[in-house]
Design a protein around this ligand. Structure first.
Ligand code: SAH
Ligand code: AVI
Length: 313
């Protein structure tokens, strides 16, 4: 049995217009990463996960393969935020006894695909197309003990303040006995991290530029994608990677739907993503600040990636 609820009536509801107006009129231009994920962006993210340099997916999947039974022990319902592809959910569902799966994603294509692909597992799938920063109150009522999974290291895509605010909103979904399964990429050799965000095949570069294609299509803009180069670096002070798009020559861009003209100077950059890397201490501190208790942290033998198990403090 499967159902999909859609809470994003029109593309503008993704707050793209607000984010473009706000982000492109600042002295330091910036767009939030959620706008990468139209159908093409979701497809490109899947391709990134298959690149040899992009270790997070492979590493987290290996942890799930080993530890799914323990992570899902006693769980009746798996809610997955920013669910993406179904491989990780499948491992968790097959490793435990949950009878309902609730994938939540801003990308309608991935939620519908999850409902189709997991229908055969004998689990009820109740998909929700929505923004996890705005629509967590629209989840279906819990069906027993819940595990809320937020995997892939997507928590690292929030700036520190909004990260804690978001974790607090997740804490609001947890009743006594429920748990959060939080995937976080760990601090490691910067060279490994930088390679993961600048793969030799250029897939991450295409993913990065895709946000300009989204703005062109949704807001009638005229970004020249070829005029921007992909930039990825590890900021050692903040311990996060940044992706940026750098204008190769001066650019004048019209965003028709907003009546907005935006100029980029030669080599001016637009930040499109941060991806924070964590230590155990930072994870515990962020969870504590959100009213959550770190109950267990499972990692891989190289300690590249961690899945934290947390509950309402
Ligand atoms: N959880 C998967 C996918 C990670 S990619 C994994 O571990 O591999 C990030 C996912 O989060 C994408 O599917 C994207 O569409 C979704 N996403 C990003 N911002 C979101 C938001 N604000 N609300 C809902 N989904 C979001
Ligand atoms: C979804 N998120 C955890 C990915 C990351 O690693 O921050 C998105 C991504 N950006 C570039 N490559 C992958």
């Amino acid at each position: 049995m499967s159902a999909v609820d859609v809470h994003l009536a029109v593309a503008a509801e993704r707050t793209l217009a607000d984010d473009v107006l706000d982000g492109l009129t600042r002295p330091f231009k910036e767009l939030p990463p959620k706008h990468f994920y139209d159908a093409r962006g979701s497809q490109l993210f899947e391709l990134i996960c298959a690149q040899p340099e992009y270790y997070p997916t492979r590493t987290e999947t290996a942890i799930l393969r080993e530890r799914a039974a323990e992570l899902m022990d006693g769980v009746d319902e798996l809610v997955e935020l920013g669910s993406g592809a179904t491989a990780k959910a499948r491992l968790l569902l097959e490793g435990g006894e949950a009878t309902r799966y609730v994938p939540v994603d801003v990308s309608e294509t991935v939620v519908r695909a999850a409902a189709d692909e997991l229908a055969g597992l004998g689990v009820e799938v109740h998909g929700v197309v929505g923004d996890i920063e705005r629509h967590l109150d629209r989840l279906p009522p819990p069906a027993g003990r819940r595990a809320v999974a937020f995997l892939g290291g997507t928590i690292g895509n929030f700036l520190p303040g909004s990260r804690r605010r978001f974790l607090r909103s997740i804490a609001g979904l947890l009743a006594p006995g429920d748990r959060l399964l939080l995937g976080a990429d760990l601090v490691k050799d910067p060279a490994l991290i930088e390679a993961a965000y600048d793969d030799a095949a250029g897939v991450t570069a295409e993913f990065n530029r895709n946000v300009l294609a989204v703005v062109n299509r949704e807001l009638d803009a005229d970004f020249d994608l070829d005029a921007f180069e992909h930039v990825a670096f590890f900021d050692r002070v903040h311990e996060w990677t940044e992706m940026r798009l750098r204008a190769l020559t001066p650019q004048h861009v019209t965003i028709g739907a907003l009546g907005l003209e935006v100029d980029f100077a030669h080599r001016e950059e637009l930040r499109t993503e941060i991806s924070a890397k964590f230590t155990r201490e930072r994870i515990a501190a962020d969870l504590a600040a959100a009213g959550l208790r770190l109950d267990a942290l499972v990692t891989d033998p190289r300690q590249w990636f961690a899945i934290s198990v947390a509950s309402a403090a």
